[in-house]
Design a protein around this ligand. Structure first.
Ligand SMILES: [Ca+2]
Ligand SMILES: [Ca+2]
Length: 260
């Protein structure tokens, strides 16, 4: 292969092609993958190395659906697809003379349904108190959880803080139908804790955790635990801090989504 990625053989072919009358189509794109998401599929493939390459065409069930042009990357996300239906995808490469390659090997994918939000009363602490929430902290230590004013996420948020080393859990149990769920929460923190994390106990599977120590202090960051399989009609969600004196964390807007 020469530095432009073309073999000597194709160079030889090109010298036999009259300028302005290119009839040599590019090779079909290789390495196509199709990753299913919520009502969408993301396609990725290997970049074309042809010197006269122009763009890609993307086909869904044999019908041209999109053109990747101008080409900045060899991938495309197709949205608005029907959940539960199997789609077949192919990609072609097109050169500057309009010659189109044969289709790539097909890849199939089945888009998932979009998750539906399940209301959590006081999930954003807007009642201004701990209604619906439980807490745990070690004996002999004062509670290190507070409801205080907030902006811009409504009027109130949850804060973990203490002037000496502390451990604090703020959690609740939700009665939900069995199924597949996603939990999201927003956090800010000055960092420094031994542990600061989102915790989900699905009562039927292993405990799931998401480290949130890396959240910014100045702007809110969302954290998600996805693909939670609930068996037994109950789900516990919460945040846990194991922190040093003066460490602080702000938490708001617990959201629960169920996949249909
Ligand atoms: Ca060509
Ligand atoms: Ca709030």
């Amino acid at each position: 292969m020469n530095p432009s990625g073309e073999s000597q053989a194709s160079q030889a072919v090109k010298t036999n092609t009259r300028p302005g009358n290119d009839e040599a189509a590019p090779p079909a794109p290789g390495g196509l993958t199709a990753e299913a998401g919520a009502e969408q599929v993301t396609l990725r493939w290997m970049p074309s190395l042809e010197s006269d390459f122009l763009k890609y065409s993307v086909y869904v069930d044999g019908i041209r659906r999109a053109s990747v042009d101008p080409v900045t990357e060899s991938q495309l996300t197709l949205e608005g697809l029907t959940p539960g239906r199997s789609y077949s995808f192919t990609v072609t490469a097109v050169d500057r003379s309009g010659n189109e390659s044969v289709h790539s090997a097909p890849e199939a994918a089945v888009p998932q349904a979009k998750p539906v939000q399940v209301a959590i009363e006081n999930g954003g602490f807007e009642l201004g108190d701990f209604s619906g929430w439980k807490e745990w902290h070690p004996e002999g230590q004062a509670a290190a959880q507070f409801i205080d004013s907030d902006s811009p996420r409504g009027a109130y948020k949850l804060t973990h803080w203490a002037g000496s080393d502390y451990r604090q859990s703020t959690y609740r149990t939700l009665e939900v139908p069995d199924g597949r769920y996603k939990v999201q929460v927003w956090a800010r923190t000055g960092g420094g804790q031994n542990t600061f994390r989102l915790e989900v106990k699905p009562y039927g599977g292993p405990e799931l955790v998401k480290d949130m120590k890396g959240a910014s202090g100045g702007s809110w960051t969302p954290y998600v635990i996805d693909g939670i399989e609930v068996r037994g009609g109950r789900l516990e969600i919460g945040v846990f801090s194991d922190a040093k004196a003066g460490n602080w964390a702000a938490v708001d807007d617990f959201e629960l989504y169920r996949y249909p």
